[in-house]
Write a protein that binds this ligand. Sequence first.
Ligand SMILES: C[S@@+](CC[C@H](N)C(=O)[O-])C[C@H]1O[C@@H](n2cnc3c(N)ncnc32)[C@H](O)[C@@H]1O
Ligand SMILES: *[C@@H]1O[C@H](CO)[C@@H](O)[C@H](O)[C@H]1NC(C)=O
Ligand SMILES: *[C@@H]1O[C@H](CO)[C@@H](O)[C@H](O)[C@H]1NC(C)=O
Length: 409
Amino acid sequence: MGISIYLSRFLTLFLCLVFPSYLAIRGTDSLSDTALLFSSLSRRAEAVHFALTSPLAPAPAPISTEATGRRRKRYPSFPDALAHSINSFEQYAFLAEKVLQRKHARYAKQTPAQKAISNKIGYSTHFEKSRKAVELNARFVEQIAQIARAHYHTGPGALEDEEDADFGLVDLAFGHLSRDWSTQGAKERQAVFPRVLDGLERHFGGKGRGKKVLVPGSGMGRLASDIADLGYDVTANELDYGSILAYHLLTNHTHSLHQHTLQPFATKWTHQANPSSRYTALTVPDHWPNKSVKLVEGDFLNMFPEDAEFDAVVTLFFIDMSDNVIDFLSNIHRLLKPGGVWINLGPLKWGTHSALQLSAEEVLQLADVLGFDVDQTSRKSIDSLYAEQPETLLKFTYVTQFWSATKRV
Ligand SMILES: C[S@@+](CC[C@H](N)C(=O)[O-])C[C@H]1O[C@@H](n2cnc3c(N)ncnc32)[C@H](O)[C@@H]1O
Ligand SMILES: *[C@@H]1O[C@H](CO)[C@@H](O)[C@H](O)[C@H]1NC(C)=O
Ligand SMILES: *[C@@H]1O[C@H](CO)[C@@H](O)[C@H](O)[C@H]1NC(C)=O
């Protein structure tokens, strides 16, 4: 294979998961604002497609995948996806400015009469206000990048070409921060977290203290932290450095609650009710991340070699992220002790990359086949928003599926 498995995995993840979820969060109306992002992505995708399909590609030298992976890696000491995330955080101000410039170009193209009318309703003031908000956000994300550079010993040099930076990655991180660690996100959390925590407490009969719980795909880590607050011994696992790096800042480099302020919607002008809603400010964190949570960085399928390590596995908005749900469910099953509990809450928003796009009933049939006893009485459908701007005029509701299942003894 002429193309590193890593690169193709990353692209699949990006094109199929991150970009669609970006659209889900921001709405398709923001497409024009992501045109740039998309064109650079499609260039990369074309390159990969070419490398994968071109019959003229020279036969690769017979070396192992592992060696190929290593040779193609730009940095031997840390993942390329980390370099990409740091670069994206560092280029945020520049990328956000481009988004604003495109809006300004469309505004400026109006006739003088149209411009005068739009200014009567104050439209032109938004460019300056948004720029100020972007500066505020930039100070925050620069901290994230600096901490990451120190933590992973990247040195001061450029990690990636500037134009590879990705606005969507930072924007998604803002959405996740808002959901997990802001007061504004409390409503979204309240809709789903208590159900999950209650499922755990029921399974352990309130005697869960010290039990080992794994939360794969932990995102920004709030659920993992809340589970730890109940006394469980929690391992969180995440592979997206957009989330991981922001989480580092919150857990290890934050000295007071509500220390960090951001205006995540400053570049999002669609679905706004009034002029000021674009500038809604959030402060994070609204609660201390529990430092006893161990964060394992990397792919859930590769990072846990030991079988039957956990008393519980909790998946929140996670199982539909899989390339193949059989792999995720088998891995959950393998990692559980016999009698251990799997608690799930989330949508079934399978990406186009998913080998199987199962219905809820089929997921549970699969669970049964793989050796789970599904507690049919536990099942619930719960309406849930995810990382939505509180004042948005577009609300995307997931009818999430909750269940609890135990590993058959
Ligand atoms: C929709 S997000 C949900 C995050 C969090 N559970 C929440 O509810 O806020 C799914 C997360 O799973 C992560 N993820 C996807 N595949 C993964 C894998 N194979 N290993 C670890 N994390 C993964 C993604 O990076 C993403 O952060
Ligand atoms: C953090 O988690 C530990 C382990 O579960 C727990 O003992 C502790 O009370 C938690 N801290 C807070 C502030 O809840
Ligand atoms: C926080 O700092 C401790 C001590 O340096 C380290 O062991 C841990 O991995 C760090 N955690 C995060 C999430 O950065």
